[in-house]
Design a protein around this ligand. Structure first.
Ligand code: APR
Length: 242
């Protein structure tokens, strides 16, 4: 059954000239980066309200930065896995390809994908809370936390989207445009519970696209999609792409 689904997905992807992919934490799990939900998920051991909200940062920027420093150290050791690399191959092969990711770990960029929409920002970028300038800083640990803006001396924050914050409209518009223009959408390693990412697969179905999901387990939206292939993305994606 699973093999038949993979062969069907392989044919659909092969025929398509325009593909949009949405990824979540699951694609980085095989690189050793913890996901958020599920048995060993980050939200099992930490409360998002304490660490991933503007209020938490205003209350205690050092504590929030200590958590992000821990995540940066974890991700610094991580390397792209075969699932990431399969998406690089797909981008090389397809005339039109967009990779929308909820992940902030930067592993898609490290793997070599180019047309990436980082819905939730990037762990390696620091945004000044005063002047808004954004800088990449790969130092682990950082020189000091919270970091100071080199331009104005303001306090730097992780350039990620926290709970209670909105994603810049320009980023959402890029994601939606890529879904409207694609023939096939792959949805990989996301539990589909956080908006607006969770509705992107629905938008694809409402605009007549073929949607293929790859996940360890069925998700809330699986019944909406054309195919749900249960398995590790690092194993399934190479079988679909190569
Ligand atoms: N291969 C495929 N899927 C996997 C794998 C794997 N090796 N390992 C885990 N998964 C699946 C899980 O079954 C789950 O459905 O990946 C999904 C991970 O779900 P979450 O931990 O909820 O991560 P995600 O969907 O990316 O979360 C969305 O929530 O906390 C916020 O901003 C954070 O971007 C994150 C957003």
């Amino acid at each position: 059954m699973k093999d038949e689904k993979i062969l069907k997905a392989k044919d659909i992807v092969k025929e398509a000239t325009s593909i949009t992919v949405l990824t979540g934490a699951g694609i980085s799990a095989e690189s050793g980066v913890p996901t958020f939900r599920g048995k060993d998920g980050l939200w099992k051991n930490f409360r998002p309200e304490d660490l991933a909200t503007p209020q938490a940062f205003a209350r205690n920027p050092k504590l929030v930065w200590e958590w992000y420093e821990w995540r940066r150290k974890l991700v610094k050791e991580a390397r792209p896995n075969p699932g990431h690399l399969a998406l690089v191959k797909l981008e090389e092969e397809k005339p039109k390809f967009t990779l929308i990711t909820q992940n902030v770990d930067g592993l898609h960029k490290m793997a070599g994908n180019k047309n990436i929409v980082e819905l939730h920002g990037n762990l390696w970028q620091i945004r000044c809370t005063r002047c808004g300038s954004v800088e990449e800083d790969f130092n682990v640990p950082l020189e000091k936390i919270p970091p100071e803006c080199k331009k104005c001396g303001g306090i730097g924050r992780p350039n990620v989207v926290w709970f209670g914050e909105i994603i810049p409209m320009s980023i959402i518009e890029r994601a939606i445009k890529s879904i409207k223009e694609c023939q096939v959408m792959l949805i990989v390693g996301t539990s589909g519970v956080v908006e607006p990412a969770a509705s992107l697969g629905l938008l694809a179905k409402q605009t007549g696209k073929v949607v293929i999901e790859v996940n360890l387990e069925p998700t809330l939206n699986s019944t909406l999609y054309d195919l749900t292939i249960l398995g590790k993305s690092g194993e399934v994606l190479p079988l679909i792409v190569y």
